[in-house]
Design a protein. Sequence first.
Length: 76
Amino acid sequence: MQKHDLLHEFPEMKDKIHELKTTDTYFRKLFDEYHEVDHQIHSYESGATATTDDHLHELRAKRVHLKDSLYNMLKN
């Protein structure tokens, strides 16, 4: 299973991620939501928790959307 947390996804933006987490409440909200969704996906993929394929697909789509939003904030 691959890590999808933001520090693994964008290691070159580590300092910017930390800065926005501490100064931008909207970024922090999306960051926390992203990590919660990623944790749920890992739980399902590892077999620790059961879910439907549709639900897992929805969570993966949500994670991609959140990651795109966070990345756009990091670029600006």
